[in-house]
Design a binder for this molecule. Structure first.
Ligand SMILES: [Zn+2]
Length: 212
């Protein structure tokens, strides 16, 4: 007599074809490594989060993989560890996200809250861009180029952010704080990001204002 065919638990098949896990838990992105920053606040009650701001940072500048950005954003940086850090002493800043050269993604502030990345800024006719933007830092040197792995993480992240928030603008720090900030600079490939997202031209900075 043939052995009885094993009965496969239906749940195994169902879970494989079931809904994908949620990308967000509140304002926290599932695929980011969470490290909470105290440098944050509430958004204004009527904030319409329609802007993604791209930055570049490395500490000290040009040195990658140091973990110093993570320390800075959590107020753990040793100001005396490097001469460059002395100029940052007491600085309380954060961004929602940081993308390392390896493409590894970190999140410091819920996207439902206000991170401190933009400073004095103005874009699409509104000041104080921290109120209603999401800040993404790329590990890199202002004006330098960025890694393919970073663009891959960035594109996936932007798509996820755009699925949750009514994003209609993506710009660099240099565009929202013109004359004061220059990051990420001419090495950042805006057309590549635009192609990844299949987003319209009107979402991006005007040609000649940072686009290659
Ligand atoms: Zn910046």
């Amino acid at each position: 007599m043939a052995p009885t065919a094993p009965i496969l638990p239906m749940t195994a098949t169902k879970s494989e074809s079931g809904p994908a896990p949620a990308l967000w838990r509140g304002g926290w992105y599932r695929y980011a490594r969470a490290l909470k920053s105290p440098n944050k606040g509430l958004r204004p009650a009527n904030a319409r989060v329609d802007l993604i701001v791209v930055h570049s940072i490395s500490l000290p500048p040009g040195e990658f993989g140091t973990q110093n950005v993570q320390r800075l954003f959590t107020n753990q940086l040793d100001w005396d560890a490097h001469p460059y850090f002395k100029g940052l002493r007491g600085l309380q800043v954060s961004a929602h996200f940081f993308i390392a050269r390896s493409g590894e993604l970190w999140q410091f502030v819920s996207c439902d809250e206000r991170a401190w990345h933009a400073g004095q800024s103005s874009y699409r006719g509104r000041d104080n861009c921290n109120d209603d933007s999401i800040g993404i830092e790329l590990e890199g040197l202002e004006g330098g180029i960025f890694e393919t792995l970073q663009y891959e993480t960035l594109a996936g992240l932007c798509a996820a952010v755009m699925a949750r928030y009514p994003i209609e603008h993506l710009a660099g720090h240099e565009h929202i704080a013109a004359g004061r900030k220059q990051d990420p600079g001419p090495g950042f490939d805006w057309p590549f990001l635009q192609r990844c997202l299949a987003a319209p031209d009107r979402y991006f900075p005007e040609p000649g204002r940072g686009r290659r």
